[in-house]
Design a protein around this ligand. Structure first.
Ligand SMILES: Cc1ncc(COP(=O)(O)O)c(C=O)c1O
Length: 317
C-alpha cells in the first residue's frame, strides 16, 4: 500500500475552522475530483510567537495580514459571508483550544466553490483556517547561498503577485526548485523589466553605504507585511535611512549586505549571490541589527509598536 504523505502541520492540529465553525481536523475534506479548486485558493501565512518570560502568545501583525487576505478576496472576485472579524476570532479560538505555549503558524485559506468555473471565475468561496506549532529560524548562523534566477517573476498583467494566490507559487516553485537542484539555497527573481524583484517566498533588502534599499511595491512583488516591518525598523528603531527604488542585478553582487525577509523567511541573511560573496560572506552588522530588532518586536521583548502584537487569550496552563 502506498505510504501516506504527511501534510505540513498535520501532527499538530486537532481542529480546523471551516466556514464559521471549529471542526475536527479529519472532517475538513474535499473530494479528490475537486482538488484543482485549490490552485485558485488565496491564503495568508501568519505567525504567532511565544514569549516565555511574559507567558504570552502574540500574533504578529494579524490585522495587516487579514487586510491583505481581504484585498486578495476582492481582487479574485470571491464572495464569502465570513468577515475579517470571523476569521480573526476563528484563528484565535484555534490557538486557544490547542493551548499552544510555543511559536505557531496560522493559515487562513479561501477557495472557490467547485461550481465556479473558468469562464466566470467569480462567486461563492469557502474559508478555512488551520494552525500548527512551528519554531523560528532567526538564530541561523550562516547566510543563504543564492542565485539570480533565469526564470522571470510573474507580472501584474499576467498573474498579479500582489494577490497571495497558490497559482502564483508555480512561478516560485519553478525558480526555487531550479536553484536548489543547482546547489543553491535560495534564488532571487527579476521582473519582466529585468529589475530585481523578490525571492520565491520573501522580499529582498540590500544595504549599501549605510542605506537600506528595497524594490518598490510596483516591482511585481507581494506587498509583504515583513517588508513594511523592516522599513519601519530601519526608520524608527535602528535609524538607518531607507529607500524604495529599482535595483539592478549587478548592484546585488557588490552590495555591502543583502537579506531576505518574510513571515516564513523572517530575516534571512544572504552569504553569496551567483557565487559572489556578499561583503565577506558572513552575516553583516546591519543584517544582525535587523534580526535582533525583529526578534525583539515579534515576541514583545521590545514592547514598542504594541499595535503589531495581538495577545492570544490562552487557557490556564
Ligand atoms: C512571494 C513572496 N514574497 C514575499 C513574501 C513575504 O510576505 P510577508 O512578509 O507578508 O509574509 C512572501 C511570504 O509568503 C511571499 O510568498
Amino acid at each position: 500500500m502506498a505510504k501516506k504523505t504527511k501534510m505540513w502541520g498535520e501532527d499538530h492540529s486537532k481542529y480546523i475552522w471551516l466556514d464559521g465553525e471549529r471542526i475536527p481536523w479529519d472532517q475538513g475534506t474535499v473530494h479528490v475530483t475537486q482538488g484543482h479548486i485549490f490552485a485558485h485558493a488565496i491564503f495568508e501565512g501568519i505567525r504567532a510567537y511565544w514569549n516565555d518570560d511574559r507567558e504570552k502568545l502574540f500574533v504578529f501583525r494579524f490585522k495587516e495580514h487579514l487586510d491583505r487576505l481581504y484585498r486578495s478576496i476582492k481582487l479574485m472576485r470571491m464572495k464569502t459571508p465570513y468577515t475579517l472579524e470571523d476569521v480573526w476570532n476563528g484563528s484565535l479560538e484555534l490557538c486557544r483550544v490547542h493551548g499552544y505555549r510555543e511559536d505557531v503558524y496560522i493559515f487562513p485559506t479561501v477557495y472557490f466553490s467547485p461550481d465556479v468555473y473558468l469562464n466566470k471565475m467569480a462567486g461563492p468561496a469557502h474559508v478555512y483556517v488551520h494552525t500548527f506549532a512551528y519554531g523560528s529560524n532567526l538564530r541561523r548562523k550562516d547566510g543563504a547561498r543564492c542565485s539570480v534566477s533565469s526564470w522571470t517573476r510573474i507580472s501584474d498583467n499576467t498573474l498579479p503577485a500582489r494577490i497571495k494566490c497558490w497559482a502564483n507559487y508555480r512561478n516560485s516553485a519553478i525558480a526555487w526548485t531550479d536553484a536548489t537542484l543547482k546547489g543553491f539555497d535560495e534564488t532571487i527573481m527579476l521582473n519582466n523589466r529585468g529589475k530585481v524583484c523578490e525571492a520565491p517566498g520573501a522580499c529582498l533588502m540590500m544595504i549599501q553605504d549605510g542605506v537600506l534599499i528595497t524594490p518598490p511595491v510596483t516591482a511585481d512583488i507581494l506587498v509583504s507585511v515583513t517588508r513594511d516591518t523592516i522599513l519601519r525598523i530601519g526608520r524608527d528603531v535602528i535609524g538607518m535611512p531607507v529607500v524604495e527604488r529599482e535595483i539592478d542585478r549587478t548592484e546585488l553582487y557588490t552590495a555591502d549586505e543583502v537579506f531576505l525577509c518574510g513571515t516564513g523567511a523572517e530575516v534571512t541573511p544572504v552569504a553569496s549571490i551567483d557565487n559572489y560573496d556578499i561583503g565577506d560572506g558572513s552575516i553583516g552588522p546591519g543584517t544582525q541589527q535587523f534580526r535582533e530588532a525583529y526578534n525583539g518586536l515579534i515576541r514583545g521583548i521590545d514592547e514598542r509598536f504594541p499595535e503589531w502584537r495581538t495577545d492570544v487569550p490562552l487557557q490556564p496552563a
